[in-house]
Design a protein around this ligand. Structure first.
Ligand code: GLU
Length: 425
């Protein structure tokens, strides 16, 4: 295959933080943004680099690198997940922190944007090593986090157990229970009901409205799910349960499977638990994972990592709606191509904002010591997500711009206004 000019342009721009900055620059042009606001929001406000020594099971000590970045906290304390990933980089964490700022602002949450990461492969750590790493991260960072400062949460390869250890470590250090320092905890120790599937559920509420706007009936509609972690699995499962959609393709890092009749997501999940991948699921056709992105389906759901839809493959996308359950799956070049093709794209910081929205509900419950029923959480989440979808859709129509640019317009306006009010600019 020959390398085109577009490929080269795309390859040189895969750094997620540069992408986040370019998106921000584009938005500044649309909004005629105050250059002082622009100067501030292009970069994080604070970043902390950690070297975390961990006692391994063989008694040796291994030092892991970790980060915590606060992009902006003008609207309230910083909020955002922690990723444990072997390919984590500071630039990815910077980009993800910035996207959290826009996510919280878009959902009108009184929170800023932050993100954390540790370079490690949790699949190769024992439970004890993972616990010591989680506690080590907090014991080095505790002065910089807290319920009114910066509140971490789960993300790629971290879960409620990791959050439980982190909350416990922080509480131990400060000498009192501080449930509100972390969200995504197990419900028995201050977690919120409905947090586990919140990212997917929130995205599906947005998808429901988007399908309505596009005249697509989600009953029997075909969905392709790229990535089968927390977001991808629950998105598949809830799309079947809530709408009766067909999950025709599912991928993970090792392979993709296809069945036009539709999969039972729970069976595929159990198969993956047992065999380490969805690949090989009985009765399914095997696909190269990249091919899933080009299937003729109603909805494509990128649900794993960054830079999946690029200048190299966006023209081949045949889905009518792209719902970004992952953070940063689409490069700016791909955005333009998809928009020109008429694909209705639900941008990440809208589509996957359900997680942080229920995290915010968790914080409110921790502060008030009063815990809500799951139904109440679903209703409140639905209102938030539906409201955010229409504010983005209306802005995109008003300005004649794509949905991602429209989401930026809504969020950046809110952050800029808060900066003016606080006298930062
Ligand atoms: N990690 C999730 C996200 O990217 C959730 C963050 C949170 O709950 O604070 O939105």
């Amino acid at each position: 295959m020959s390398v085109t000019e577009n490929d080269i342009r795309d390859m040189s721009r895969q750094n997620p933080f540069e992408i986040a900055q370019r998106q921000c620059d584009q938005c500044a042009d649309y909004l005629d943004l105050d250059p002082n606001v622009h100067e501030i929001i292009r970069v994080p406000r604070r970043e902390i680099h950690l070297y975390i020594p961990v006692r391994m099971d063989d008694n040796s000590v291994k030092v892991f690198r970790g980060y915590r970045v606060v992009h902006n906290d003008v609207l309230g304390p910083a909020k955002g997940g922690i990723r444990f990933h072997p390919e984590e980089t500071i630039d990815t964490v910077r980009a993800l922190a910035a996207w959290m700022t826009w996510k919280c602002a878009l959902l009108d949450l009184p929170l800023g944007g932050g993100k954390g990461g540790v370079i490690c492969n949790p699949k190769e750590l024992s439970a004890g090593e993972l616990e010591r790493l989680s506690r080590g991260y907090v014991s080095q960072l505790w002065q910089f986090i807290g319920p009114d400062k910066d509140i971490p949460a789960p993300d790629v390869y971290t879960n409620s157990q990791v959050m439980a250890w982190m909350m416990d470590e922080y509480s131990r250090i400060v000498g009192k229970n501080q449930f509100g320092v972390i969200t995504g905890k197990p419900p028995q120790i201050g977690g919120s009901l409905g947090r586990n599937d919140a990212t997917a559920r929130g995205g599906l509420y947005v998808l429901r409205e988007a399908a309505r706007a596009c005249g697509i009936d989600l009953k029997n509609a075909s969905l392709a799910i790229q990535g089968f972690g927390n977001a991808g699995y629950y998105a598949a499962r809830l799309a079947v349960n809530l709408f009766g959609s067909r999950i025709v393709a599912i991928s993970d890092s090792k392979g993709a499977i296809l069945n036009m009749e539709g999969f039972d997501p729970d069976q595929v999940y159990q198969y993956k638990q047992k065999n380490g991948s969805v690949a090989g699921f009985p009765g399914a056709t095997f696909l190269e994972p990249d091919k899933l992105l080009e299937l003729e389906v109603d909805v494509l759901c990128p649900s794993a990592l960054e830079n999946v839809l690029t200048a190299n493959n966006a023209a081949q996308v045949q889905a009518k709606i792209v719902a970004e359950f992952a953070n940063g799956p689409t490069t700016p070049e791909a955005d333009d191509i998809l928009y020109e093709k008429g694909v209705h794209l639900l941008p990440d910081f809208l589509c996957n904002a359900g997680g942080v929205t229920v995290s915010y509900f968790e914080m409110v419950q921790n502060f008030t010591m009063y815990y809500w029923e799951e139904k109440e959480i679903h209703e409140k989440l639905d209102r938030k997500m539906t409201g955010a979808y229409y504010s983005v859709l209306n802005t995109s129509r008003e300005y004649g711009i794509d949905m991602r640019r429209a989401a930026y317009v809504v969020s950046v306006k809110r952050v800029a206004e808060a900066m003016k009010l606080r006298g930062w600019v």
